[in-house]
Structures are given as structure tokens and as C-alpha cells.
Design a protein around this ligand. Structure first.
Ligand code: FE2
Length: 363
């Protein structure tokens, strides 16, 4: 068994300012990567700028990262980073800016390379990266993954390079500005990471330990998520903890079928990532119930549900309306059957029929 998480994690109130010297020590000029508004609204950008200025560290702000950033968007940001001589990157936000930060760190470090490098297996390094999450789903602050939109393949795909952040500053106060839909979607994404890692061919006793603790931590927030209101600081803190544990788990196992299916919905129907993966989670658990009943029983209980019907109702309430046509099902199944990495993550034989059952379970 192997277990390796090189990211230094600070999970506390005031994490960015408490560890400003360590963040600033990553280089001389920071390239701060954010989306359009959440880094400002949450106060996280303010904290990062204060942290850098208090250590006399120069920075450039790049606030144009959109949801599900494309390879083209990464290259546009890379041009700016290269032009200003950035030598480390700070990602602030949800999965999109944090994943973008890693890809940009790779491309800025390797100045003479073009976008093809992102999806080639090469031994090249990236600039150091610090991450500051403002949602509770991706776990990107501790994973080596950077998932980008590939317009050439009409889907989302992780780059070939494993880039672990050097530092992650996790502070629950940034979550209180997020809309309920974002908290719900990202919390469901974290649950998907935990479940897809737990039922995974690459899972080990170490990753299962993380998942088990993650399940129970996540479950404490089930009622607040269902109600969609009255989130407390403790809810935010626990959901962030669960998402970081999930990130550590998928760093070793990767994700599985719900994630593989979700990329079609996000690319073609613009459905947010957490919602898109959540749609397939009841069906995936149903598949596991048939394949490995004892593990299924312990998971459904650990996440706080009596049975799969109750879980399905919960997911339907959280994800809201969506439409999957017969044509979508055919295309999703074909896309999954052409994805040997995701298929091989499943501990049991899975083919077209099982994939259709997983997709159709929630309809
Ligand atoms: Fe995810």
C-alpha cells in the first residue's frame, strides 16, 4: 500500500493570514487565479493580497477563469503569467480556479511549450501552487488533478500531469457567501468523491479510512443540506473537512462511473459539476448494493440514510430539475464504454446494461 499527500494543509479560521509568510515564500511574484466574483465576495482575495503585501511579495491578479475552464482559457491565462514573470500560482475559489491554477502553473513554468503538453505524458515540473477553496466539493486543494474542458473532444478531462499544491489554506468563513445551490452541489460532489473512492478497485485501507470518516462527517450536515437553509459555521467547516478528506482519497483512487458520466451532461447541457455527478449517485449505489451488499449497507448507514429510496429522494431534492433524453443515454453510455480508465476503476464487471441501469435509476 502506498499513501502520499505532499500538500501542507492549514485548516483553521484565518488560515491565509496565519500562514502568510509560508505562502509568500513560494516565490517572488504570485499569479493569483480566480473566477469573476466569488474570491472578492468571500474576502478570500483580500486575505491573499494582504498576506502577500505584508511579506513584500509582488503579484498579478487574473480574475477571468470561468466555470469548467477550457484548454484555450488556460493558454490565455498562461500568456499573462508568462508575460509578467510569475514564479508561483495561487488559486482561489471552487474547482474551476483551483484546477486552472495547477494547469497554468505547469504551462508558465515550461515557457516554450504549447497546449499539447497538457495531455502528454512528459516528465516536466510546474511552478509551486497554493490553493484557497471557497466551496466544499472539489477537494482540488489537496489533489494532483486539473480537469479542463476539451473542446476538441467535446468533454472534460484531467490533464496528464499530477500537480499537488504545496499549500492549502482551508477556512470555513469563505463559504458563508456561497448560494445554497452552490453549497448543495459542491457537497454532493464531495459525497460522490467519497463513494466513488470507497467503491473503487484502487481503494486501500488508508483511502477507506478517509472515506469512512468523510461519510460520517458529511452525514452530520444531511438535514441542513436537505432543508437548504440555516447553514451554520460548523456546517461549512464539516463540509469542507469532508471534501478535503475526499480529495485525499481520490488522489489515490481517482473517481469512477458517476464522474465519467457527468462530463457529458456538463459539456452538452451546461449542468453544474456537482449536480451532474449527483444525478448518477443513487444508480451507482444501487449497482453496488447488488454487487457488494455488506459494504453498501455500511455506506448507506454512514451517510445517514435508512435506504436507497430515501437517498434518491434527498438527491432529487438537492439537484432539482433536469432532463436526460434517450439520445443522451445512448451517447453517455458510448462515451463511458470508450473510457477504459473509469471502467477499470469499478471493482465488478460493468457493461452497457449496467451503465444504462445506473443512468436510468433516478429517472
Ligand atoms: Fe468532482
Amino acid at each position: 500500500m502506498e499513501f502520499y499527500i505532499p500538500t501542507k494543509v492549514y485548516h483553521e479560521d484565518g488560515a491565509v493570514l496565519n500562514h502568510s509568510a509560508e505562502i509568500a515564500s513560494l516565490g517572488r511574484k504570485a499569479f493569483i487565479v480566480t473566477g469573476k466574483s466569488s474570491a472578492v465576495k468571500t474576502g478570500a482575495l483580500d486575505d491573499v493580497i494582504k498576506a502577500l503585501e505584508s511579506n513584500d511579495t509582488d503579484y498579478i491578479l487574473y480574475d477571468k477563469i470561468e466555470e469548467n475552464p477550457s484548454v484555450e482559457a488556460i493558454m490565455e491565462a498562461t500568456d499573462t503569467g508568462r508575460g509578467h514573470g510569475a514564479d508561483f500560482v495561487i488559486g482561489i475559489g471552487g474547482g474551476s480556479p483551483m484546477d486552472a491554477a495547477k494547469a497554468i502553473a505547469l504551462m508558465v513554468q515550461n515557457r516554450d511549450t504549447a497546449e499539447e503538453v497538457l495531455y502528454k505524458e512528459l516528465k516536466i515540473k510546474a511552478l509551486p501552487v497554493a490553493e484557497v477553496p471557497t466551496t466544499c466539493g472539489t477537494g482540488s486543494e489537496v489533489t494532483p488533478y486539473a480537469i479542463l474542458t476539451r473542446n476538441d473532444k467535446k468533454t472534460k478531462q484531467s490533464i496528464k500531469h499530477r500537480i499537488y499544491p504545496s499549500v492549502a489554506c482551508i477556512d470555513a468563513k469563505y463559504l458563508k457567501y456561497a448560494p445554497v445551490s452552490v453549497i448543495r452541489n459542491t457537497a454532493i460532489d464531495a459525497l460522490c468523491h467519497l463513494i466513488e473512492s470507497y467503491f473503487n478497485k484502487k481503494s486501500t485501507e488508508y483511502t477507506k479510512m478517509l472515506c469512512k470518516y468523510g461519510f460520517r462527517t458529511w452525514a452530520k450536515n444531511r438535514v441542513a443540506l436537505f432543508d437548504g437553509k440555516d447553514f451554520t459555521y460548523e456546517n461549512y467547516n464539516q463540509l469542507l473537512f469532508a471534501s478535503t478528506l475526499a480529495g485525499m482519497a481520490i488522489s489515490h483512487t481517482g473517481t469512477s462511473i458517476p464522474h465519467g458520466l457527468s462530463y457529458y451532461l456538463t459539456y452538452n447541457k451546461n449542468i453544474p459539476h456537482g449536480k451532474a455527478v449527483g444525478i448518477f449517485l443513487p444508480g451507482y449505489l444501487n449497482f453496488m448494493k447488488k454487487s457488494l451488499a455488506s459494504d453498501y449497507n455500511s455506506v448507506i448507514s454512514d451517510i445517514g440514510f435508512d435506504d436507497l429510496e430515501e437517498f434518491k429522494l434527498f438527491i432529487k431534492c438537492c439537484v432539482g430539475e433536469f432532463c436526460i433524453t434517450d439520445k443522451d443515454i445512448c451517447e453517455m453510455v458510448q462515451e463511458m464504454l470508450a473510457n477504459p480508465v473509469k471502467l477499470s476503476s469499478v471493482p465488478y464487471d460493468i457493461g452497457e446494461k449496467e451503465l444504462r441501469d445506473i443512468i436510468e435509476y433516478i429517472r
